[in-house]
Design a protein around this ligand. Structure first.
Ligand code: NAP
Length: 323
């Protein structure tokens, strides 16, 4: 029984979806609606990355909504069609013959183990998204929770009325800076290049806020203070000038990293760790699909995650029907 210590009988579903973000919950909605029994396993927050987005305003049909609320709506919608969503962390997955020990039987089940449960399914959708990337500066780990944060929405309120910094140039950094500008006295937005990767319209709106200072072409080289953060050293990459900025918090928003190592026996991974699967969401293992930000793709947006979820679910439903 692999590395699983659980001796209870496995609970069976047609489809298991690993990840309860936009891709996973959309897949659950489509598959459940197609009459497939579905279990969604989520290890963190329902909604995945959007769970910490203060405001989502680019989801078609919904002019403005908080990410946490959108996540809960997606969950309820999937559940209304019969999908089961559980907060459990997956420990390992494996492909096993339907008849134990009979590799030649031709029908392979997916076995999914969490700390407390063992599940099997005919098909599996990997929708694990990606986790926050670390900045990679000394003492980052030590000061995490003591001034260094990866979630402006979760921790911003602790720094109400204080001076803070955000590092990064993507949409997350822009959104975080915008959110913090409303509750903090000053927000430094530090980006390593002279133009943002995120939406120019958002950047323009942000630059009009008097409490926001853009520190461009610059990188954070040092975290100051102990036991809590009291400031940062920032180096201008063009002039070499080093500046110390007193801040109570540094919000790191430098992108995401996929976490797909656990699935290496079932899928191919790109050098960056993303799951190799085309627009059809199919991986090299029959019955295993990849959807959303964990998949190797160009555009990672809520809409493309939702689109992947639908494609993967319909492909999985076809696979299950012919099982
Ligand atoms: P991202 O788009 O990958 O941006 C990461 C940013 O961090 C880039 O500006 C990058 O700089 C910078 N960076 C990376 N490593 C760094 C390091 N070691 N030191 C300093 N800077 C570093 O990531 P994201 O902003 O988290 O967004 C992820 C995806 O979600 C994107 O597709 C984004 O559009 C989407 N998203 C959308 C919304 C929305 O639509 N409202 C909100 C949030 C996120 P370079 O630019 O120089 O590479």
């Amino acid at each position: 029984m692999g590395e699983n210590e659980n001796t209870k009988a496995a609970e069976s579903f047609d489809l298991i979806i690993i990840g309860g973000g936009t891709a996973g919950l959309t897949a659950a909605l489509y598959a459940a609606r197609a009459g497939v029994s579905v279990l969604v396993l989520e290890s963190g927050s329902i909604g995945g990355q959007i769970a910490v987005s203060p405001e989502v305003e680019n989801y078609p049909g919904i002019p403005k909504i908080s990410g946490a609320e959108l996540g809960m709506i997606l969950k309820k919608q999937a559940e209304s069609f019969g999908a089961i969503v559980r907060l459990e962390s997956v420990k390992y997955v494996e492909n096993v013959p339907e008849v134990e020990g009979d590799e030649a039987c031709g029908r392979m089940l997916k076995r999914v183990a969490t700390r407390r449960h063992l599940y099997t399914s005919k098909a599996l959708i990997l929708a694990t998204g990606a986790a926050n990337r670390r900045l990679g500066v000394a003492r980052e780990q030590e000061l995490t929770g003591s001034g260094v944060s990866y979630c402006a929405v979760c921790d911003g309120a602790f720094f109400r009325g204080k001076d803070v910094a955000v590092v990064g140039g993507g949409n997350t950094a822009l959104d975080d800076a915008s959110y913090l500008a409303d509750i903090c006295s000053k927000v430094y937005l530090i980006h390593r290049r002279d133009e943002f990767r995120g939406n120019p319209e958002t950047a323009e709106k942000l630059s009009a806020k008097p409490q926001v200072e853009m520190v461009m072409s610059s990188q954070v080289t040092e975290l100051l203070g102990s036991p809590v953060l009291t400031g940062i050293s920032v180096e201008n990459r063009v002039t070499g000038e080093v500046r110390q900025i007193p801040v109570s918090a540094l919000f790191v928003a430098v992108g995401q990293q996929p976490q797909n190592e656990m699935f290496r026996s079932l899928v191919d991974l790109t050098p960056g760790g993303y799951i190799a699967a085309g627009e059809d969401c199919m991986t090299r293992t029959p019955g295993v699909f990849a959807a959303g930000d964990c998949r190797d793709k160009k555009v990672r947006q809520l809409t493309t995650a939702a689109s992947d979820g639908a494609v993967a679910a319909l492909a999985a439903a076809d696979y299950i029907r012919s099982f």
